[in-house]
Ligand binder design. Structure first.
Ligand code: SAM
Ligand code: SF4
Length: 325
């Protein structure tokens, strides 16, 4: 169950808890004029847990909370504890600004992965990229999470003329900390110009890394991972490249996505989602839900290029805050 036409089993849900955020990263959303979803359109935590419970019965194993900023939605502890009770492997992607008070809870519920988004190690540049002056909170909380023994990775959207002079500074964090740093290709989801000017391909990132670190070795990754992973001998961390736009790792995709308004998406580049909120609120049974979800998964494209082609002129390419990255 939860399979598509290509026999891919979907065991991993990326759950966007909210479309709101305490940053305004330029590659993700505009400075202002954003139409956030009205509260009544957002799934409640109870509705989210109902869906994860049903999906778990049909093979779901891993949930990643994302957004928007997942830690910015009030009461998110309830959701986290509920997912832990359901026995799911819990992961989060966060900008870490609000992380500190959650550290004890994350330890209690054994959070299995904490991806912290950080695109620069320079406070002034952080302000330019995110339009907010929060570098010190992010960095302090990242170190606190590491100190607490949480499994931390850094997500860095790698952009021409913006932060590409920091490649080695980021890579060298893996020499000093047991941390994976992942360089992400910029995708055209910013509700604006589509990040065309700043895009650097995964192949180019790899070539630049090799030039700077000739010792770089290819490392094993999980079959379903979206990351090409490398290590430098004797360095405790790892370096990843995420070909989010060139989409070279789609073949083994095991992901589904749920927007804050309860729309299920079978691909990051899909436009035709399945609106689960209305089914939940109309009293749909678990059987109704799983039947429709399986039917929808049957329409999943073989890869993100095909999904984008099928979307045609309907391609949403809006902000990543509604899709969850
Ligand atoms: N607010 C949280 C954060 O930033 O970690 C979670 C949501 S954010 C949309 C999830 C991930 O998507 C982050 O790592 C972010 O850097 C990445 N992202 C957002 N817009 C992107 C874009 N246009 N291209 C590539 N990655 C993007
Ligand atoms: Fe907010 Fe994350 Fe988007 Fe930055 S990338 S604006 S932190 S949702």
């Amino acid at each position: 169950m939860l399979s598509d036409r290509f026999q891919r089993k979907h065991t991993y849900l990326r759950l966007a808890v909210t479309d709101r955020c305490n940053l305004r990263c330029r590659y993700c959303m505009p400075a202002e004029g954003i139409n956030f979803a009205p509260r009544q359109e957002l799934l409640t935590y109870e509705e989210m847990l109902r869906l994860t419970g049903v999906l778990k019965r049909y093979g779901l194993k891993k949930v990643r909370l994302t957004g928007g900023e997942p830690l910015a939605r009030r009461g998110v502890e309830t959701l986290l504890r509920g997912l832990a009770t359901q026995g799911l492997s819990i992961h989060l992607t966060t900008n870490a600004i609000l992380l500190q008070p959650f550290i004890g809870l994350f330890q209690d519920i054994h959070v299995a992965g904490l991806n912290i988004s950080l695109d620069t190690l320079q406070p002034e540049r952080f302000k330019t990229i995110t339009r907010r002056d929060e570098f010190s909170a992010t960095w302090k909380n990242l170190l606190a999470a590491l100190e607490a023994g949480l499994p931390v990775k850094i997500n860095c959207v790698f952009m021409r003329g913006v932060n590409d002079d920091e490649l080695v500074d980021f890579a060298r964090l893996t020499q000093h900390y047991p941390i994976d740093v992942r360089f992400i290709e910029a995708m055209p989801f910013n509700a604006g110009d589509g990040n065309q000017d700043v895009y650097i391909s995964a192949a180019d990132i790899h070539a630049r890394l090799l030039a700077a670190l000739p010792n770089l070795k290819s490392a094993e990754t999980n079959f379903h991972s979206a990351t090409d992973r490398y290590t430098v001998p004797d360095w405790p961390g790892g370096i990843g490249i995420i070909p989010a736009y060139s989409r070279s790792r789609c073949g083994s995709c095991n992901r589904i996505r749920l927007t804050p308004q309860g729309e299920l998406l079978n691909c990051l580049y899909a436009t035709d989602g399945l609106q689960l909120r209305s089914i939940l609120r109309a009293g749909g049974s678990d059987e109704d839900l799983i039947h429709l979800i399986n039917e929808y998964l049957g329409t999943k494209a073989i890869n993100g290029h095909e999904a984008e082609r099928l979307a045609g002129l309907n391609g949403r390419f809006a902000s990543m805050t509604t899709i969850g990255g």
